[in-house]
Design a protein around this ligand. Structure first.
Ligand code: ATP
Ligand code: MG
Length: 452
């Protein structure tokens, strides 16, 4: 019987300073609410992002790109997080900070290729023979382990499975017995077993089964008892990224010689990628898989260099391409690796292919709302005067600075034996931690004292 493999979930990006964001806060007609899903204001940009999400879901965005442009701290990264949340778990969303391409141990093209392939999902449908039903009885036969005779292990299991229409008794060997015992499967559970791999899946607890033990702490969801035969074909779907498939194939093809040369490089060979692509295309043609173009989000895209930009431009035109979302806070600046000045430090032929969404600086009211959402998220209680102080700091310095002062202010308040943060705590935090403007001024003032 085959080994049991765990299905890896498609990853979604998570950044803690954006943990309050749960979506784009846009209603079904595409209208953004002033404050919803953790987002405040920035209505046009959120509505534009919502349109992008709809296009992605309809599969109309593959190979296209979005550029988020706006001053620092105006919610570009926040918007990207909102897009990721709206897309849900099944659509890959992968975040790369532009500086990550300058990795010491991987080539730039390798980092980029991996990132692109992590952003393309393949939903695979499989029809498999399974035994499915509610457990009527479990009899476990325990035996001494062959490896360690002092340990007792489940050797064989006799299961009585029933649907609404049929009842069957099965006996199964060690692999299945072990899973049943580990998962604590007992009378009243609805399960299915993959007939080929022996993989056991617990669906939930059957509704009102006689004699099933229920415990107060039992939180398993209740499900209907399946109908039809116990042994049947079932359609299973899983989503993998191309990168998952690359790794799986790479792991299978490590040869003994590779072991001698200590297979330590983390690069995936082009050969393997070609095989994976061919395999995926084959599945798509046969109708057993479909492609889900996900999102590759590159933050601070002005940090990319000319080689990377041309690589990305080309990648957008490839057959298997994700949706590219770039963000930048730079106006006109040099394209890295050249002496050419260009808008956002990006070559025009790439810019030409991108839809641009702009974010604008926040009003005082908006900043206040954002700061209070962040405070709530961090469980920090602010006095109204403290919130006022932080709001005016956001206007004078930056929103990010105010947000960063939240936690230090709390520490200062606690030191004074208070649970609630007062304006004086915020002022003290601001005295201790300089913002960028002050730090630049300071450097200028004492320029001659610094090492050159
Ligand atoms: N409209 C918003 N609603 C709620 N929170 C927001 C909003 N805009 C920004 N924030 C929060 O404010 C902080 C700064 O925003 P963010 O990091 O998204 O700015 P940015 O535009 O990406 O800036 P930079 O150009 O420096 O990368 C984050 O904690 C973010 O979650
Ligand atoms: Mg950002």
């Amino acid at each position: 019987m085959a080994e049991i493999k765990e299905v890896r979930k498609v990853e979604t990006g998570r950044a803690s300073i954006h943990s309050h964001i749960t979506g784009l806060g846009v209603d079904e007609n595409g209208k953004a609410k002033f404050k919803a899903d953790g987002l405040v204001g920035q209505l046009e940009a959120r509505e534009a992002a919502w349109v992008v999400v709809q296009l992605i879901k309809q599969g109309k965005m593959a190979g296209k790109g979005i550029l988020l442009v706006g001053p620092p701290g105006t919610g570009k990264t926040a918007l990207a997080v909102g897009i990721a949340k709206e897309l849900g778990e099944d659509t890959p969303f992968n975040t790369l900070n532009a500086s990550e391409i300058y990795s010491v141990d991987l080539k730039k093209t390798e980092v980029l290729t991996q990132a692109l392939r992590k952003s393309i999902g393949v939903r695979v449908r499989q029809r498999r023979m399974v035994y499915e039903g509610v457990v009527k009885d479990v009899k476990m036969r325990i035996a001494r382990s062959r490896i360690n005779p002092y340990v007792q292990i489940p050797r064989e299991v006799e299961l009585k499975l029933a649907t609404k229409d049929e009842e069957r008794t099965l006996t199964a060997g060690e692999t299945i017995a072990e899973q049943i015992s580990k998962m604590g499967i007992r009378k009243g559970d609805v399960i299915w077993i993959d007939a080929e791999t022996g993989n056991v899946v617990k669906v939930g607890k059957a509704k009102d089964v006689e004699g099933a033990k229920t415990f107060d702490i039992d939180t398993a969801r209740t499900v209907e008892i399946p109908s039809g035969p116990v042994k049947k074909e079932k359609e299973l779907t899983n989503t993998f990224t191309l990168y998952d498939l690359d790794l799986t194939l790479a792991a299978q093809s490590i040869s003994i010689t590779a072991l001698f040369s200590l297979w330590s490089e983390r690069e995936v060979s082009q050969d393997i990628r070609k095989q994976v692509d061919a395999y995926v295309k084959d599945m798509i043609n046969k109708g057993t898989a479909e492609l889900i173009p996900g999102v590759l989000f590159i933050d601070d895209a002005h940090m990319l260099d000319i080689e990377t930009f041309s690589f990305l431009t080309k990648a957008l035109e490839a057959e298997l391409a994700p949706i590219l979302v770039l963000a930048t806070n730079r106006g006109t600046t040099k394209i890295r690796g050249t002496d050419v000045e260009a808008p956002h430090g990006m070559p025009l032929d790439l810019l030409d292919r991108l839809l641009i969404i702009t974010t604008r600086p926040y009003s005082k009211e908006e900043s206040r709302e954002i700061i209070s959402i962040r405070a709530e998220e961090l469980d920090i209680e602010l006095e109204p005067a403290a919130l006022d102080e932080l709001t005016s700091m956001a206007a004078e310095e930056s929103l990010r600075y105010s947000i960063q002062l939240l936690e230090p202010s709390q520490v200062i308040a606690r030191k004074a034996g208070r649970g609630i943060v007062k304006a004086e705590d915020v002022k003290e935090a601001s005295r201790l931690f300089s913002d960028l403007k002050r730090s630049v001024k300071y450097v200028k003032e004492y320029e001659n004292l610094f090492l050159k």
